[in-house]
Design a protein around this ligand. Sequence first.
Ligand code: ZN
Length: 203
Amino acid sequence: MNSIRFESQSLIPSKVVCIGRNYVDHAKELNNEVPTSPVIFLKPNSAVSDELHAGTRETLHYEGEIALLIINGKIAGVGFGLDLTNREIQNELKNKGLPWERAKAFDRAAVFSPFVPLADPVESLRLELEINGVRVQQGGYDLMIFKPLFLLDEIGQSFTLEDGDIIMTGTPKGVGSFEKGDHFKGSLFAGDKPLLTQEWVAL
Ligand code: ZN
């Protein structure tokens, strides 16, 4: 089973619960309707990775996201996540009204930095993503349609969140494709205070 790091602990997420279209500007960039209730999908443990791999056969898209680590039913930690997506397959599946797993839940489609304890108000969280030195995404709590505590409650109505499970809170605008060798730098902040920075070179 794959694990994530939280301080000195290694935790095994049973699942990653992802929120789609949680930023108005991103929903619009993909020509999606702005949802009236959260769009929820899952990635299994087998999708979890701390390495970033580019697609071998198809081009993958990155989505930088604030990732929340759940312990005892509460948000215990926060990390930088990349929700990797095979957009071409996703569009085919969406057009046919079919499930997205082949486009979203494949091996290494959920890439995470180590998690740090969340000591600051969740309202202060924001992210930035740079690729090859260019800032491509920024956003956070203020721009989310559905806020983390609401999501925790809403998800809990259908899915038991086990210790180590992760919520990916959706991506701001600026998603795009990437290739082997691209240099990613994901950062999380509480207001202006840096919480963590994680760098990956796409393999
Ligand atoms: Zn996403």
